[in-house]
Ligand binder design. Structure first.
Ligand SMILES: Cc1cc2nc3c(=O)[nH]c(=O)nc-3n(C[C@H](O)[C@H](O)[C@H](O)COP(=O)(O)O)c2cc1C
Length: 486
């Protein structure tokens, strides 16, 4: 096959000058076809003899462009035509469609049978012989362990995961925030600094402070307690989250590619324009377990709000030591946001996405065991995330020790994300992770906020129904014994 393509390339390269000569002879000089052949000839000479960047062009000439073209449209061809419904990653078409259906409030059932390969199914839920009637209440108080005056009451076991303005465009942020308000959910601001667009829709917010301290930093990049105090006094900001790491890039700070840094984002984050933005991989204040615990306490005291920490689990011995110090010092974060290594991101090096950290289910098992061994399970809440875009997986996370779950990409799909995998390029075709006006044009904030609301209410409806199928009446009753481990 290779040999034939080489021959074809040689034949084209040989023929092209004659085609141009023949077109001079048979066609008028004004003919577009003549100029098209001249263009091909010039391009071929440039490819073969002048440019030195691409070996394939030097060796084969213009035929190599065909390969680049096919390579370029390969992902679309596979997604639209060749990949089967349960094949794509991170979310296959069946999973995405399930979110779209929930977001559009369409179709309540499917038929004929599951599309899952049951030989590959690792987990399932144990339904009861005696299902219960549906009870749809949920209650969780963040900060109650410290008898905090401004504790936060969560009335649904679902949160909108952390995504910054920067990773997301302003319309996507507003659609999510408006949807959160309609669905009575709390939304995490992500580490993008002052949450200007989140605040416009008056939903409840968790303000996230990443290692770059955007929104709460001084000119020199250091933490500014006064800014945090001011932010904490904003009525909508209900909790603070200190981000140590996330599943898609543990051990690495946040990354915002320069293509996505507009003048407004640079101002909101207090950062320069025209350069990729790398946050430090760690909080300067947290060089040891003791220093970390005191940093958490400091943030709790400044904000007077429930304060959690977010991380992806790596070295379990370090985590055990950290919690031992917490126990000794009697200082605990009000919650842990535990992100599995399968979590998503707006931008990260591939190896950090693929090769680091525990997946969510293993993390939950390890974390629960550490909390149990140290007898501190009642000191804090756990929020889990990592591909929890459907009810079954959300219930499994609750069974493995989470008190509530959050999803980021579930809500992006509800907004209409087609998984083009271009969040880092500023060229999101659905206008979600871009700041380009022409790409955001089609994103209707009001319409998409309805989809966010529908997705949340439908997924919660099935959460309550699964709970009843398990024969339980309260989410706190779900335990690992309700899971079938295959
Ligand atoms: C576009 C995008 C931006 C994100 N930005 C942040 C962020 O600012 N801070 C953070 O802690 N996590 C961020 N994440 C990770 C999510 O909050 C979440 O932890 C992860 O995607 C797992 O949830 P999921 O599998 O439901 O998406 C981002 C994820 C995506 C897809």
């Amino acid at each position: 096959m290779k040999f034939k393509i080489e021959k074809l390339a040689r034949f084209i390269n040989f023929l092209l000058p004659f085609v141009v000569l023949l077109s001079f002879y048979f066609l008028p000089l004004t003919s577009p076809l003549t100029w098209f052949f001249i263009f091909l000839l010039v391009l071929n000479i440039y490819s073969l003899h002048i440019q030195k960047k691409h070996t394939l062009l030097s060796n084969f000439g213009i035929l190599a462009y065909l390969r680049y073209f096919l390579e370029g449209i390969g992902p679309e061809l596979r997604q639209y035509l060749y990949a089967n419904d349960t094949e794509e990653k991170p979310f296959n078409r069946t999973e995405r469609k399930d979110v779209y259906i929930k977001a559009k409030n369409e179709g309540k059932s499917s038929s004929f049978g599951s599309l899952l390969d049951f030989n590959q199914r690792k987990y399932a839920l144990k339904h009861s012989f005696y299902p219960r009637d549906l009870i749809s209440t949920f209650s969780l108080n963040f900060g109650e362990e410290r008898t905090l005056k401004q504790s936060y009451h969560l009335s649904k076991p679902l949160l909108i995961g952390a995504m910054s303005y920067g990773a997301l465009g302003k319309k996507a942020v507003r659609a999510l925030a408006r949807g959160a308000k309609k669905a009575n959910l709390i939304m995490n601001t992500g580490e993008g600094g002052y949450p200007k667009y989140h605040l416009m829709e008056s939903c409840d917010l968790i303000f996230q402070m990443g290692t770059g301290k955007f929104g709460v930093r001084k000119e020199n990049g250091e933490f500014d307690p006064d800014k945090l105090k001011k932010l904490s006094e904003i009525e909508q900001i209900k909790m603070i989250e200190i981000k140590f790491s996330q599943g898609a890039k543990p051990g690495k700070g946040g990354l915002l590619p320069k293509e996505k840094i507009t003048a407004e984002i640079a101002e909101l984050r207090n950062i320069p324009l025209g350069k990729d933005l790398y946050s430090p991989p760690y909080h300067k204040e947290c060089s040891s377990p003791l220093a970390t615990v005191h940093f958490i306490k400091n943030i709790q005291e400044i904000s007077q709000l429930p304060t959690g920490i977010k991380f992806c689990l790596g070295n379990e011995k370090e985590l055990y030591d950290l919690f031992s110090i917490m126990k000794k010092e009697k200082i605990f974060p009000d919650y842990i946001s535990l992100d599995g290594s399968e979590g998503g991101t707006g931008a990260s090096p591939k190896t950090f996405m693929d090769d680091l950290g525990y997946d969510l289910k293993s993390s939950l098992k390890i974390l629960s065991q550490i909390l149990k061994d140290l007898e501190i399970e009642n000191q804090l809440k756990v929020i889990a995330s990592g591909k929890l875009i459907n009810s079954g997986h959300q219930i499994m996370a609750l069974a493995l020790g989470a008190h509530a779950v959050s999803t980021a990409r579930g809500f992006l799909l509800a907004l209409g994300c087609i998984q083009a995998l271009r969040c880092h390029t500023n060229n999101c075709p659905t206008g979600i992770t871009t700041h380009k006006a022409h790409l955001m044009k089609g994103l209707n904030i009001e319409k998409k906020s309805e989809r966010v609301k529908n997705y949340a209410s439908n997924i919660l409806k099935y959460n309550y129904e699964l709970l009843a199928a398990l024969g339980l009446k309260d989410f706190s009753e779900i335990k690992p014994k309700h899971i079938i481990f295959n």
